[in-house]
Design a protein around this ligand. Structure first.
Ligand code: SF4
Ligand code: SF4
Length: 411
């Protein structure tokens, strides 16, 4: 059974040591990063950088703590993700979301290059064959996978496996054809459009980050050379007129295969997974929005097992009450895990598929870390010489030996 270290987002004392940033420091101490990272190694800190409108990514303050912990054991960290929208625009989005070299303390780079084509092909599995892993991730000697856990329209849940399975793969191959998009579409298929269902709302055109689709005189046109097969357009289509043809089973299994391909580019024992069960919104950070959280903030989970950390996170989210006013509450009458009720997809499916592929253990022991150990945080400044004895209840207000009434007692 795998240990998953966990700190709740709740705080019950006025003490820095029980704050979530302090608990993250303690979690990183407990797992001992020196077991994963040797001095001088390049360490990919893999996260999702968000989207214009999707601001609920992992906060820079947490990322910085992880970066500092990597540096403390001699590693050379870089914060990274793969191209979702054009590379330079994506770095601008990251910056707008507060993630840049100054805020997180390490370079922020596109793992598959500015053009999303820097990939190394590795074996994946029977569905994908080979897949192009982003070169900076492929070449890194160690990796910390930092995942914002939330819903996902295709996988039901987006955690560590989804973060690597989709986000560790390059946007395109060396020839410029969609690589990550091979997971969103069944083999050799493209978008399908049903004119009779189309309401001409133009949402598919507006959401496309690559200007690959346009709507002209009642007809949808697709520029296949530009299309990255990200399926955003199909996701936002309100009438299901636009469809990315793939079954849920194949999509989720493909994500698990791709995650395995990425994991296997590292030597054993070189990856640590940190799941943030905070701002558990219904949709992926790729979308141009961030709805309110469907359950209360859960906390941070850390493990060296990608399956166990996702199972534990899903179980915590599943046990939580839906928040009033959220999509979680709107779906409260339906059956199944809260993310399944919202997305219509089984959030455990790709996690179990990853376990079947040998990526990890579905059983886990949750080890709760309640506070940062050690002394209370001391004062930021030295002791003052201007000390006053405070009023003892019932004995008036004293200063400098003379009895003066406290201002609020003067009347
Ligand atoms: S799948 Fe749709 S949104 Fe994505 S690049 Fe292609 S046309 Fe644009
Ligand atoms: S989003 Fe759907 S309904 Fe709207 S224009 Fe595109 S295909 Fe038509």
């Amino acid at each position: 059974m795998t240990e998953v270290f966990y700190s709740s987002a709740r705080v019950t004392e006025f003490d820095y040591n029980v704050s979530l940033p302090a608990k993250l420091e303690e979690l990183l101490q407990r797992v001992d990063l020196s077991q994963y990272i040797e001095r001088g190694e390049y360490v990919a800190v893999k996260m999702h950088l968000g989207s214009q409108g999707a601001f609920r990514t992992v906060r820079p303050a947490f990322v910085r703590k992880i970066v500092e912990a990597v540096k403390a054991v001699g590693g050379s960290p870089f914060v990274t993700d793969t191209v979702r929208i054009p590379g330079l625009e994506y770095l601008d989005v990251a910056n707008a979301n507060g993630i840049n070299h100054l805020s997180v303390g390490a370079p922020v780079v596109m793992a598959d290059g500015l053009f999303g084509k820097d990939v190394i092909n590795v074996p994946a599995g029977e569905l994908l064959g080979e897949i192009g892993v982003a070169s900076a991730i492929y070449e890194a000697q160690a990796m910390i996978v930092v995942s914002h856990c939330k819903g996902h329209i295709g996988a039901g849940y987006g955690g560590a496996i989804k973060n690597l399975g989709m986000g560790g793969i390059g946007a395109k191959n060396r020839e410029g054809r969609p690589e990550r998009g091979r997971m969103h579409f069944a083999q050799n298929t493209h978008l399908e459009w049903n004119a009779e269902l189309c309401s001409s709302c133009n949402q598919c055109v507006d959401v496309c980050p690559h200007e690959a689709i346009n709507f002209d005189d009642g007809q949808i046109y697709l520029d296949q050379g530009r299309c990255a097969k990200c399926a955003r357009c199909a996701r936002v289509c309100p009438t299901a007129a636009l469809v990315a043809p793939i079954s849920e089973e194949v999509f989720q299994r493909s994500v698990a295969e791709a995650a395995k391909a990425v994991v296997h580019t590292f030597k054993p024992g070189k990856i640590l997974y940190i799941n943030f069960g905070l701002d558990v919104q219904p949709e992926c950070d790729c979308m141009p929005l961030a709805d309110v959280a469907v359950v209360q903030d859960q906390g941070i989970l850390v493990s060296n097992d990608i399956v166990a950390v996702d199972m534990a996170t899903l179980d915590l989210i599943g046990k939580a009450e839906p928040l009033p006013g959220s999509k979680g509450m709107e779906a409260a009458g339906k059956a199944g895990h809260i993310l399944q009720r919202i997305t219509g997809k089984d959030p455990y499916r790709h996690v179990l598929a990853a376990a079947e592929l040998g990526l990890g253990d579905t059983s886990y022991e949750l080890v709760e870390v309640e506070r940062k150990s050690g002394a209370k945080a001391g004062p930021a400044f030295g002791p003052s010489t201007d000390r006053i004895p405070l009023h003892v209840k019932g004995h008036g207000w004293r200063r400098g030996g003379s009895h003066n009434p406290h201002p609020c007692q003067e009347k």
